[in-house]
Design a protein around this ligand. Structure first.
Ligand code: SAH
Length: 389
């Protein structure tokens, strides 16, 4: 038994039947989703990958959407058991001027989406700091759809009023992973005062306010089952989240979860789990593309970290978004969510060039100069999508 993702012992539908039903656009049952994601059979994995790649191509052509991410601070009020961000003694908050410089770099290259991510700080002074940053970005680049800069926030759980404040300033998107749709698993990954119900309330508030809301989870956390993973996919589908970001869980040695795993498992068990997590993450991208075709799915840095080359594989399957890290090099080491994070020693020019090379390698094109709202969002909220015009 591995510490995660052990195959279910009950009888589940046949993979080929589930795939056929998914390709024909049927709404899959929980167990059908399990049968897709848990396969370890090479032929089945390839069939799932091909079907998802075909669907991705039908919807997005050969285009991959690019969003630059700036991880602007590692200060955090939370202490999630898996996350390395709060473990660094040296804290940083990148000055506005430096973030604006990152935006200049992106703008020049044609990026029209900037993801601003950080640890979670909810104080009034931080809210004012963020507001002032948003104002400066919009003053400089505008916020008209496709013509200006789209700001995507990823700064954790805030109150309804705090979310509303940024939305009213013109911020359109927000990323907040549910981490797990199973409250028990969620609570096993967090201290007792980090409540699953609050996480879900936040996601509902984001949607209610009108944000393009993104969510996601980690694959391969201790005790996670394929039922959990299938329920996550149902949570994304039924909650109509138009953006999905998910990747494998990777150990960080200074975290509660990391320490526990390093003590209780052997190196070979961890290596075996890592291989499995990579494969299942790819299966999950592919299953989501078939289950919720119109969503944006990001090929994450965590996946590439665990298995170099997998980002390319993901983009040939269900994924259609890349989020290169544009954080200035000097700040990258203090924001290692997990160990061995890719691109820590690169500067933004290298990172950007790597994106262009990757596109060439896989025969895709980077879609610049457009916001590329997820098609599901445009479909659900045709009036919202243009609201800044
Ligand atoms: N404070 C923000 C940003 C968190 S970091 C927020 O709460 O949304 C972004 C994501 O990284 C997290 O949501 C989590 O899913 C992922 N992450 C954290 N630790 C990780 C680890 N050890 N391995 C892989 N992914 C991790």
């Amino acid at each position: 038994m591995l510490y995660t993702l052990n195959k279910t012992t009950r009888s589940i539908p046949n993979f080929a039947d589930s795939l056929k039903r998914a390709i024909s656009g049927n709404i899959l049952s929980h167990d059908e989703i399990v049968s897709l994601v848990q396969t370890g059979n090479k032929v089945e994995i390839e069939a799932l990958h091909e079907a998802a790649g075909k669907r991705t191509k039908e919807i997005f052509g050969n285009e991959v959407s690019i969003r630059g991410i700036v991880e602007f601070s590692n200060h955090c009020e939370k202490s999630c058991h898996y996350c390395g961000v709060p473990t660094y003694d040296e804290k940083f908050l990148i000055p506005h001027e430096s973030i604006l410089e990152c935006c200049d770099f992106m703008w020049e290259k044609g990026y029209r989406n900037v993801v601003l991510q950080s640890g979670e700080i909810t104080s009034e002074s931080r809210m004012n700091w963020i507001s002032s940053l948003i104002r400066k970005v919009f003053d400089k680049f505008g916020n008209e759809k496709d013509k200006g800069m789209c700001i995507v926030l990823s700064i954790g759980e805030l109150s309804f009023e705090q979310y509303k404040r940024f939305y009213d300033m013109g911020v359109q998107r927000y990323l907040l992973r549910v981490e797990s749709s199973n409250p028990d698993l969620y609570h096993s990954m967090h201290p007792p005062d980090h409540l699953w119900s609050n996480r879900v309330d936040c996601l509902n508030n984001l949607k209610k306010i009108g944000y393009v809301a993104g969510t996601g989870c980690m694959i391969g956390v201790p005790k996670q089952t394929y039922d959990d993973v299938a329920s996550d996919i149902e949570f994304f589908r039924d909650g109509q989240y138009p953006m999905i970001g998910l990747g494998p869980y990777i150990i960080h040695k200074d975290t509660v979860m990391g320490k526990k795993l390093l003590n209780s498992t052997s190196k070979s068990e961890r290596d075996e789990a890592d291989l499995l997590k990579t494969q299942i993450t790819l299966n999950v991208y592919n299953a989501i593309r078939l289950v919720s075709p119109l969503v944006n799915i990001a090929a994450t840095t965590a996946l590439e970290t665990l298995s170099p080359g997998s980002k390319a594989k993901a983009l040939l399957g269900g994924a259609n978004v890349l989020m290169p890290i544009i954080t200035p090099k000097v700040f990258r080491t203090g924001y290692q969510i997990y160990e061995g994070k890719k691109e820590v020693d690169m500067d933004r020019e290298d990172t950007h060039n790597r994106v262009l090379e990757l596109m060439k390698e896989i025969g895709k094109v980077a879609r610049f100069n457009k916001w590329n709202h997820p098609p599901l969002y445009e479909k659900l909220y045709p009036n919202y999508a243009n609201r800044m015009k």
